[in-house]
Ligand binder design. Structure first.
Ligand code: B3K
Ligand code: ZN
Length: 859
């Protein structure tokens, strides 16, 4: 496998300002004809045209209308040397979507033809310069059987449609905005359409269509409402209007990731479109809204302004994640959104940054770009945009994005170009900030305070350090925005939030007019993606937990206290936790008051996850973390059972279902109470969870009940799981939940259960959602059993990776991530993880995708 380097970037030798495509879709083959006029690119010194092509049977090549063979075919490339100034190439090839299990390029999902071209799927459709800096307008003609495929869609506007001989028909599409081929899309199927319209700020009406399989049309209202909210939000917050007349969303069941922002024809995983209270949880509703927003926002950040090369992926992804997070914060609760986003960053990105797969947000090299759609590029990338927003302030940030859009609409640019807009609009020098894009690893930030009573002065000393990561040592200090406020001993805020700009390795910041020893609230809103450690005492943290004005830090203080408590118990099972348990009781009492923010309290009443706790361990042993964590949960239940019952009852359903943030908060709080009440897995617990399930009028409560029963060995477990399956077996997304909820069971029977699930008639290794429901749920959310000392957990994931390698390399490579931190585990686990990786490495016919991640893990 070949490594590709950012430093080797050169402009495309040829421009391709327009491409005309014709698709003839049949059951056993698809014929694709492309016609492109190539013109030498003045920015390039080369006259060798290199077209990428993969898994195609080449049928014919014509140059300027005559048969042509002046090319060589090598390694998925067609090369034409000394190709000339300007000429037209027409290429016809045969492809096989009906046997395409990689789900890249053109493929079929349950009888619907659909495409996925990002990053490099277009080369499986026709020979073309498959790189994001080649921008073309597209005309597309699609021909197919009319009865089987009444709906034929592509990007842009419908130009023409009509009937053909032999029961076939066609549509013709034109997309007037030049785009890279990774944004091309085609859909052909028998789908139903939900229609609505949106009037833009300038008064144009845009048709909005969502296409789903028959029977799913009742689950689209939330997606449609979310789309309209997103369109309005982008006008208000970024001044961005949608400029085509049509916006289509198509939902398909077989999809490698969440969704794809193809111009005016977004293709989605059904999981991120369909939502109804009976079948979708509150978390599902939230993610549908977020991802509908995310893909829509790409219209400007990604499509109208796109990436020069794939090293710039975070240009569109980091920025668009930031945009969707802010959209969600505006639509729901800002503090809750921030807590959930940071929690996700810590659970999933921090470990990546601490692993052999650590890479910078703008990577320097890759083997397979699909492996770089990572939490680092997306979520850390979003944190980098957020810091720029913090440093510039909202007004300058908006000026900078306006500048970015006006400067680069219709261009393929770099992250550097984006950051330069931040610099130009604000007059700030962003060069030190740019190091965030180039240095991998999560920085550590240490804070210690000194109070000088004589001068009423408080000095905060901050120290930063950057860990070494593969290929990177001796890193430079970063520009870190540290948002700090001060509280006095009574919990009053005496100094409002101030953003300290740290630029040195170690730096003092002084606060004047501090009348008494303060308690600092540091890194408010998680103003930078760092690991913070402070010299705050448990009492200081308790004060912050109760009185901080910053919702995020209030939660964070509680989490830090919990972390310290769990660590004490891990060090000594007899450690005194009485203070913690008592304080926890006071928190529970808060839930009995009407005015309490229930969503925030639900999060305050949740202990840090094993994934987060693992990061604080020198040598990770999930079983011992789980033991300590569970023993504290049991003590909480013992001490506060009555209060928890009251909390559960006080927050019981008030009748009509709704998805307002308040209603979601109430359900979350009640389900946290349920979880605490059922932690001991006894007879009473099972009965309580079963009753909760039986009374549920929505999926959130049903899933909560099932997850409380998952570890149980009581008969109620099977009763409820069986009922759930029977009730929802026609809903694929709910069957996914049924698989996942069993895969996360931390109980002795898990390996027999797992084997049964793997053989279940409804398990299908070709369907990525099902693979994620069974294998990712197990490996990521069942850390105790994945890391079972017997090695059975590792073995079953290893076998799946080997099997998937030949079916769907992208999905196979994803399944490797739970192994990446193998060196951090206790020796007995470590060597078994290493062996699993090694045996994957020895698999014949290893894909580039899997090769890259496994070889990097072992290095
Ligand atoms: N841009 C796509 C991701 C494509 C992944 C390709 N392997 C979805 C998104 O981030 O919006
Ligand atoms: Zn995206």
């Amino acid at each position: 496998p070949q490594t590709i380097y950012l430093k080797d970037y050169t402009p495309a030798p040829y421009l391709a300002s327009h491409i005309a495509l014709t698709f003839e879709l049949f059951e056993d083959r698809t014929i694709v004809r492309s016609e492109v006029t190539y013109r030498r690119n003045p920015a390039s010194s080369s006259d060798t045209l290199v077209l990428n092509g993969q898994d195609q049977v080449l049928l014919a090549v014509e140059r300027d209308g005559a048969a042509f063979d002046g090319f060589t075919l090598a390694e998925q490339k067609m090369v034409i040397e000394q190709a000339g100034e300007q000429f037209t190439l027409a290429i016809t090839s045969e492809i096989h979507p009906e046997t395409n299990t990689a789900l890249e390029g053109l493929y079929q999902s349950q009888g619907t033809f659909c495409t996925q071209c990002e990053a490099e799927g277009f080369r499986r459709i026709t020979f073309f310069q498959d790189r994001p800096d080649v921008l073309s307008t597209f005309s597309v003609r699609i021909e197919a059987d009319k009865q089987r495929y009444p709906v034929l869609l592509s990007n842009g506007n419908l130009q023409e449609s009509g009937d053909l001989a032999q029961g076939r028909h066609f549509t013709a599409w034109h997309d007037p905005f030049p785009k890279p081929c990774y944004l091309f899309a085609l859909v052909a199927g028998d789908l139903v359409r939900i229609a609505d319209t949106f009037r833009t700020q300038s008064g144009r009406d845009v048709d909005l269509h969502i296409y789903v399989r028959k029977g799913d049309e009742g689950q689209c209202a939330h997606a449609m409402a979310s789309l309209k909210k997103a369109m309005k939000w982008d006008e208000e917050k970024y001044g961005r209007e949608y400029e085509l007349d049509l916006f289509n969303i198509v939902a398909v069941s077989d999809f490698n990731m969440g969704a794809m922002e193809n111009t005016s024809l977004n293709i989605f995983n059904t999981k991120l479109v369909l939502a109804h209270q009976e079948t979708a949880t509150d978390a599902d509703f939230i993610s549908v809204e977020a991802v509908i927003g995310h893909e829509y926002f790409h219209n400007w950040t990604g499509n109208r302004v796109t990436c020069r090369d794939w090293f710039q992926l975070s240009l569109k992804e980091g920025l668009t994640v930031f945009r969707d997070q802010e959209f969600s914060a505006d639509m729901n609760s800002r503090a809750v959104q921030r807590i959930d986003d940071v929690d996700q960053l810590r659970r999933l990105q921090f470990p990546e940054d601490a692993s052999p797969l650590a890479h910078s947000v703008q990577p320097d090299n890759f083997i397979e770009i699909s492996n770089f759609y990572t939490m680092t590029v997306y979520e850390k990338g979003s944190e980098l945009i957020r810091m720029q927003h913090t440093l510039l302030g909202a007004d300058n940030y908006r000026q900078a994005t306006d500048l970015y859009f006006s400067r680069y609409d219709g261009h393929a640019v770099t992250i550097n170009d984006f950051v330069q807009c931040m610099a130009d609009a604000s007059g700030r020098d962003m060069s030190q900030f740019f190091r965030w894009y180039k240095q991998a690893g999560t920085p550590s930030l240490q804070a210690s305070g000194r109070y000088d009573a004589n001068n009423s002065r408080y000095t905060l000393t901050l120290r930063q350090s950057q860990p070494d990561t593969p290929g990177q040592t001796g890193k430079q200090p970063l520009l870190i925005p540290v948002a700090v406020g001060l509280l006095n001993a009574d919990g009053m805020e005496t100094h409002a939030t101030q953003v300290l700009e740290m630029t040195e390795r170690e730096q003092d910041f002084t606060f004047e007019n501090v009348a008494s020893r303060p308690v600092p609230s540091i890194l408010r809103g998680f103003s930078a993606p760092v690991k913070l450690s402070t010299d705050l005492s448990d009492d200081d943290l308790r004060l912050l937990q109760l009185r901080d004005t910053d919702g995020f830090n209030k939660w964070e203080a509680g989490q830090t206290i919990a972390l310290r408590t769990i660590q004490r118990v891990m060090a000594d099972a007899q450690a005194d936790t009485s203070q913690f348990i008592e304080d926890f009781g006071a928190l529970i009492e808060q839930g009995l008051r009407k005015e309490t923010d229930k969503a925030l309290l639900a999060r305050a009443l949740s202990l840090p996850s094993i994934a987060v706790l693992s990061q604080a361990q020198e040598v990770v042993d999930p079983a011992s973390i789980d033991q300590a964590r569970t023993s504290i949960l049991k003590s909480i239940k013992q001490a506060h059972k009555d209060a928890l019952v009251r909390l559960y009852e006080f927050n019981s359903d008030d009748g009509a279902f709704s998805i307002t943030p308040q209603a979601m908060g109430r359900r979350a709080l009640r389900n946290v109470a349920l979880e605490l009440l059922t932690v001991s897995n006894g007879t009473g617990c099972a009965a309580r969870a079963k009753a909760h399930y039986a009374q549920a009028n929505n999926m959130t409560d049903r899933v909560a009940a099932l997850s409380c029963l998952a570890d149980s060995i009581k008969p109620e477990r099977d009763e409820v799981f069986t009922d759930f399956y029977e009730r929802f077996k026609d809903y694929q997304l709910v069957v996914d939940k049924w698989f996942a909820l069993q895969a996360i069971a931390n109980r002795a029977e898990i390996f027999e259960d797992f084997a049964k699930l793997r053989r279940h008639a409804e398990f299908n290794i070709r369907n990525p959602n099902r693979v994620r429901a069974l294998y990712s749920a197990f490996a990521v959310n069942n850390p105790v059993k994945f890391h079972d000392p017997s090695g059975q957990g590792y073995a079953l994931v290893r076998d799946a990776i080997i099997e998937l390698n030949a079916i769907n390399p992208q999905i196979a490579a994803r399944q490797v991530t739970p192994f990446r931190e193998w060196r951090r585990y206790a020796p007995a686990l470590q060597s078994q993880m290493q062996q699993a990786l090694q045996s994957i490495m020895e698999t014949p016919g290893l894909s580039n995708d899997v090769f890259e991640v496994v070889s990097k893990c072992l290095k």
